[in-house]
Ligand binder design. Sequence first.
Ligand code: 6LW
Length: 504
Amino acid sequence: MTTLYNPLLNGFHPDPSVVRVGDEWYLATSTFEYLPGIPIHRSRDFENWELIGHVATRDDQLAVADVPTAGGAWAPTIRHRDGVFHLVITDAMGRGMLHFTAVDAAGPWSDGELIRTHDGSRSLDGIDPDIAWGDDGTVYITYSGLLLSGEGVGQHLGIQQVRVDLDRHVALEEPRSVWSGTGGQFPEAPHLYAVDGRWYLMIAEGGTERGHGISIARGDSPEGPFETAPQNPLVSARSTIRPVQNTGHGDLVIGPDGDWLCVLLGVRPRSMTRAFSALGRETFVTTVHWRDDGWPAIDPVPLNPRPGTRVDVDFSAQRTLDGEWIAVRTTPASIADLDARPDALVLHGAGRTLDDPHPVFLGRRQEHLTNAVTVTVDVHAGVGGLAVRYDERFHVEIEAGAGVVIARAVVADLVQEWSIPLTSEVLDLHIESRRPAAGGALPKTSDVFHLAVTTEGERRELATVDGRFLSSETTESFTGRVIGVYARSGDVAVLRWTAEGDDE
Ligand code: 6LW
């Protein structure tokens, strides 16, 4: 019997889509303004998931270089047909709706073709595309009609569909409305499935926050008309005290035991009223049963975290970056210099701080609710440090160089700093994320950051910062916490990186 871990993928991994190919499963998630974009995780048992590659590894596959925050890679659908992987996605506020292909899901993936309107003039207007093939091979793109540009920006046209010529990447018709859901806001994330001679159209609605849920309809043809299930929403944590909230935006697949599963996004809010989700939207999984009346039922999402992990990177021994490193609006390779020193990763500061949309920052997702990162840096030639980043308006960091060590919290327009003199140019910087002290009362926040520095064997605590300020609710962010090293000016050498944490 397969153990279903929840989260299935820890940390910032929203909008999951999954496909089964033989006895392997492939999972794709959204990455917004970060590169490499659209990680592909593979599993052979649904328990262990390996990051095998990314769809967008080159600068020009997504136009994220100058995309506004929250733009970029939104909500993929991954499918496999005739030996080829297909992935459709919206590069929101970037290139538009795109179709990528690969023979090997690890890559390389194609450059990405824009899926154009019937008259070929522009990208299809909408988000969250699904790709499905009718029984006669007709290609359907079914998507959420949220307009992100043009005169009707912000307007929502419900779930739309077009038949597409996949050789020319042009719609064969004007978009048709196929469903508007059951009345929740933002009907989105459609996926079409052929099951036992019927076509099922599953969507998310209610918005990606506490109201989120999944609803379904069915019809005899992929074009509809679609009849709404009597028991919608099939899954939602709204108005419940479940530990996994915001559950929605899912995709169905047959799992290793032959049972149907739903992968979906959710958050793990903590605090007295379950108000703050430190890590942002993560990927979860739950079981699906088909009822006698031919409708699916989706079980609530239980919490079942994996054991804790530890990542230790000694840059004198490890001279390549693994795929978990991500950068903001550029590739990690363009900012990580592994040639400058034999014992370190060097970042070359360019005068930009973390307030800039293009920081010299290289990070990894915070995967655990309780987490500790330590980096050993050499700042004799520059200024930089260790940061937890949600975006350019929300970050907490500890920065060293030019004679001073500064802990800093940037929360929208509020900035607070704590500083001490720098006594050694090689030092350890620490950012820990801990459960708030119980103290008899119910916790009023998700977690607390502890910022500290160790020089010549002596650790000094510099500051504590309330973790709620870097939660997805406060930042109103589609992403999650990313912890990494950065350079502000000059050369910052990173000798060692250690991250460990758990979810108890
Ligand atoms: C995504 C939409 C949503 O495209 O948020 O969870 C958007 N729902 O479906 C970005 O993730």
